[in-house]
Design a protein around this ligand. Structure first.
Ligand code: ZN
Length: 113
């Protein structure tokens, strides 16, 4: 039920912004989703359809922008894209890399009427 709670908080953010802007309808929700986020796009769509019903966001188009998984090597400072869960630094072969993007799940913007 992980996606249900993230979808609820996403909808909460959307409705707060929509109300603050005196919207009567939310037509689209643009989200950023990291490649390594545990959130599944299809589940968010599924839950959104259920919990969005009866709100001004009902029927809004959900757009997901995927963010690549990027790590930084603490030894040499190199930032690199992680492919197939290979976290080894391509420059110095260090294995202590830290993830700097790719885990996000957030609302980037909304379109309203
Ligand atoms: Zn390195």
């Amino acid at each position: 039920m992980h996606e249900l709670s993230v979808t609820e908080s996403m909808l909460g953010v959307v409705l707060r912004h929509a109300e603050a802007n005196k919207a009567t309808e939310v037509t689209a929700i643009n989200m950023v989703l990291g490649d390594m986020s545990t959130v599944m796009e299809d589940s968010v769509r599924f839950y959104f359809e259920i919990i969005g019903k009866g709100t001004i966001a009902e029927g809004a188009k959900l757009n997901f922008k995927r963010v690549k998984l990027i790590a930084r090597c603490p030894v040499c400072g190199k930032e690199f894209e992680v492919v197939e869960y290979n976290f080894r630094c391509p420059d110095c072969e260090g294995v202590e890399s830290e993830i700097i993007s790719g885990r996000e799940f957030q609302v980037e913007s909304i379109e309203i009427n």
